[in-house]
Design a protein around this ligand. Structure first.
Ligand code: FAD
Length: 411
């Protein structure tokens, strides 16, 4: 008999399993897939760790989480510096002085700031002429600050309330950056033009007036050497695991429930209730992987294709997450690339990005309330909570849950 059954061997389930085991509980972990590690699963091809469910770069500002995860993996010094390819023109991301220099030939931060401000002001003025606006100079500055641009790169004369994502983006970074680096990419990602998407999708658009391509700008960043699967294997060391085991198969569930006192479920919350109130919606991804007999395809791990015509959103060249070296430090003569396509999710497909609009959040809340009535069942992780969580937040959430469980049982 187990104290805990953990449904899902992703990072959330694995951390719960480790901590509960270390606290003296008997734990069984199951996963319906034929592998552990959930969506951070990596698989070795020709010495290259391939991120099978999308590129994953660990980054955090949380020292506790960083120290914790370093117990299970040695992280390399990888820093995410994606490149944008717009019809063959290459730009640095996130938007920084390298981007502005390439876009406009400007050299100094003042020149860049001036260019952005001018474009923003012209755009806002054009829109203001064509529709009613709220005039309040104090709320103007606050409004623009809350959407994430430094006050110095704003034109806080008249408040501007963006009505859609296009207006939001241009009011933050100006027309050129929007047209070349945001418009097409966002359309592909969300399957709709920017002027039909809510402004709230882009709350912040980091604009850096420094020559710094470090995308995440986190205090700690890197890739676990030897891949994420090895890291999860070490987290789960010594713990019973059953793969190819679907908790939602009624016979399997009955058997498993009889083997464990408490269940921690990290699968989709709507699936747990047989979708009886309807499906929660996601954006999904399709990956097209190719092994190429050349040593270098694009010279960078991540290249985003920001025009509308290229059907994929980005190409990942996995070997550059580990600097093109195999586990013995030797150069790898071949390469693996993955083209990433974004599409509308249909029931039964892999769920990637929660839609998170009002309709879906309300539905989630209803499922959450149903789940709260079930005894000895805890729900967590990105699917259980219907939230986009980075890995560091997922770890934090798992550690919090275990703390609660241990305290409520034994105090
Ligand atoms: P999952 O990894 O999805 O694990 C859940 C597990 O439960 C799965 O293995 C599933 O098979 C299993 N399961 C579900 N239902 C059942 C069932 N009925 N029976 C048995 N098993 C079941 N985060 C970062 O920090 N950096 C990044 O660069 C980054 N990149 C990302 C890129 C993409 C494309 C996406 C979508 C996410 C990215 N993330 C990134 C977020 C990261 O993937 C999540 O934080 C992490 O995967 C969450 O782990 P989890 O354990 O909650 O979920």
């Amino acid at each position: 008999m187990y104290d805990y059954l953990i449904v899902g061997a992703g990072i959330f389930g694995a951390i719960c399993a480790r901590e509960l085991t270390d606290a003296g509980r008997r734990v069984l972990v199951i996963d319906k897939r034929d592998h552990i590690a959930g969506n951070i699963y990596t698989e070795c091809t020709e010495g290259i760790q391939v991120h099978k469910y999308g590129a994953h770069i660990f980054h955090t500002n949380n020292r506790k989480v960083w120290d914790y995860i370093n117990r299970f993996a040695e992280f390399n010094r990888y820093t995410n510096s994606p490149i944008a390819n717009y019809k063959g023109e290459l730009y640095s991301l996130p938007f920084n002085m390298y981007t502005f220099n390439k876009m406009w030939g400007v050299i100094t931060p003042d020149e860049a700031e001036e260019m952005i401000s001018r474009q923003r002001a012209a755009y806002i003025e054009g829109l203001q002429n064509s529709r009613d606006t709220i005039t309040d100079s104090n709320s103007s500055d606050t409004n623009l600050k809350t959407v994430g641009i430094s006050a110095s790169v704003t034109t806080p004369i008249t408040a501007f309330i963006p009505q859609n994502l296009e207006e939001q983006a241009i009011s933050l970074v100006g027309t050129d950056i929007y047209e070349k680096l945001i418009k097409g990419y966002t359309r592909k990602q969300w399957g709709r033009p920017c002027n039909e998407l809510p402004a709230s999708i882009i709350r912040r658009l980091p604009v850096r007036l420094t020559y710094d391509n470090n995308y995440f700008n986190a205090r700690y960043q890197g890739i676990p050497m030897g891949g994420y699967t090895g890291m999860i294997e070490r987290i789960l060391d010594g713990i019973d695991i059953r793969l190819n085991t679907n908790y939602l198969d009624p016979k399997v569930r009955k058997q498993l429930d009889s083997e464990a006192g408490t269940v921690i479920y990290t699968g989709p919350i709507d699936a747990l209730f047989g979708y009886r109130l309807g499906n929660l919606e996601y954006r999904s991804l399709r990956f097209e992987e190719e092994l190429l007999e050349i040593p270098n395809f694009q010279g960078n791990a991540v290249v985003n294709y920001t025009d509308e015509e290229t059907p994929y959103t980005r190409i990942i060249e996995h070997k550059w997450f580990e600097f093109g070296k195999d586990s013995e430090g030797k150069d790898i003569p071949v390469t693996v690339i993955t083209r990433e396509y974004s599409h509308e999710w249909k029931p039964g497909e892999e769920s990637y990005y929660p839609i998170g609009d009002e309709k879906n959040l309300n539905l989630y809340e209803e499922y959450r309330q149903m789940a709260d009535t079930l005894p000895d069942l805890y729900i967590g992780g990105r699917l259980g909570e219907y939230k986009y969580y980075d890995m560091d937040t997922t770890i934090e959430k798992a550690l919090e849950l275990v703390d609660r469980l241990i305290q409520c049982r034994f105090t």
